[in-house]
Ligand binder design. Structure first.
Ligand code: 3PG
Length: 395
């Protein structure tokens, strides 16, 4: 695909799809990471003489104008990140948007209102896409984290204008290719989270691609159940036991070693400071629940990391939100960070919970790459084609 380096932007309005779908509480942005990450793209477009007009969605207004979901809420953080004023258009298409674009001077940046206020966005309606495309002379997509959506602003418009990937999109795709496309082997994947059912496609794809698969979190309990182990009151999907057994068998035949916890931290209550103990994985008391992997399991994970050249991580190993059930996640994260700092490991992580856990462990800065994506990262790891990326492919 084209990058910003390949297109001519001189004097052109460049429709720039960004993902500024950030967490907001009481009208304040609580994590501006996604906003900060689009700065290089905006600056590079300006440096090439283009005028960036930012296209974005916010939340899920479902094709209606919902004032509490206006993109106005991100303006202060956007201006801070870019170090300049940002103009705003209350409409993303039509007369008002055209007038806002016509008023732009070189050096300006304009943000258009939430594309999801229009029903044509999510249906990828060609008339809606054409009304957006009519505003500019080129299109840049920097929203990897929204690229799993085949929407007008991520897919339709890309087909109507000269199109290129932005810097963040480029960086995400490069990192993911290094992790799963053409990685240095051995490759270890860490997959955690509550449920096997939501990560089935992911597990099935990974066992054909990676050398080691570490399974943690609630989903590990389902695998223990599949092996005939009693897990007491632990979160587990008993109806997924057959599926889990199939995954274990397929992994074995495709040369992927699956690592399940061999010891676990259990408690009777799920709350901060709850009394807990470490027991072998097959000895969870009937009235207790597994909330984290134990130290022996962590030692094994460390060993696997040390033997590996590439790590891809999605999902925490335990109930990391509550101390002390964050111990395994923290210890594994710290080991990955150390090996990465020492140049021994390429480490890539993504997903909302995973990034929160790595931030909490204080190691995100040491990872080779932390994706800004949640759903898109997962779909990419599942081996699916992302419509927003496919639409950038050179025609
Ligand atoms: C995200 O936050 O993962 C992206 O912005 C996509 O949002 P969506 O899940 O509402 O499409």
């Amino acid at each position: 695909f084209n990058t910003i380096d390949d297109l001519d932007f001189d004097g052109k309005v460049v429709l720039t799809r960004v993902d500024v779908n950030v967490p907001v509480e009481n009208g304040q942005v609580t994590d501006a990471t996604r906003i900060e990450k689009i700065v290089p793209t905006v600056k590079d477009i300006q440096a090439k003489g283009g005028i960036p007009v930012l296209l974005a969605h916010f939340d899920r207004p479902k094709g209606q104008r919902v004032e509490s979901m206006s993109l106005k809420v991100v303006l202060p953080e956007l201006e801070k990140a870019l170090g300049q004023p940002v103009k705003f258009s209350e409409e993303a298409i039509g007369g008002p948007a055209k007038r806002a674009v016509a008023d732009l001077q070189p050096g300006d940046v304009l943000l258009l209102e939430n594309t999801r206020f229009y029903p044509g966005e999510e249906t990828n309606d060609s008339t809606f896409a054409a009304s957006i495309a009519a505003l500019g002379g080129a299109y840049v997509n920097d929203a990897f984290s929204a690229a799993h959506r085949a929407h007008a602003s991520t897919e339709g418009v890309a087909r109507l204008l000269p199109a290129a990937a932005g810097r963040l999109m480029e960086a995400e795709l490069t990192a993911l290719d290094a992790a799963l496309g053409t990685p240095q082997r051995p490759v270890v994947a860490v997959v955690g989270g509550a449920k096997v059912s939501t990560k089935l496609d992911l597990l099935v794809n990974l066992i054909t691609k990676v050398d080691h698969l570490v399974i943690g979190g609630g989903m590990a309990n389902t695998f223990l159940v599949a092996q005939g182990i009693e897990v007491g009151k632990s979160l587990a999907e008993r109806d997924m036991a057959d599926t889990a057994r199939e995954i274990l068998a397929k992994a074995e035949s495709s040369g992927c070693t699956i690592h399940l916890p061999t010891d676990v931290v259990v408690a009777r209550e799920f709350k901060a400071g709850a009394e807990s103990e470490t027991v072998p994985a097959d000895a969870c008391p009937a009235d207790a629940m597994i909330l984290d992997a134990g130290p022996e399991s962590v030692a094994k994970i460390r060993e696997v990391f040390e033997q590996s050249r590439t790590l891809i991580w999605n999902g925490p190993l335990g109930a990391f939100e509550i101390v002390p059930f964050d111990a395994a996640t923290n210890a594994a994260a710290q080991e990955a960070a150390r090996l990465t700092r020492e140049g021994k490991l390429v480490s890539v992580a993504g997903g909302g919970d995973t990034v929160a856990a790595l931030n909490k462990a204080g190691v995100s800065g040491d990872f080779t790459f932390i994706s800004t994506a949640g759903g898109a990262f997962l779909e990419w790891m599942e081996g699916k084609e992302l419509p927003g990326v496919a639409a950038l492919q050179k025609r």
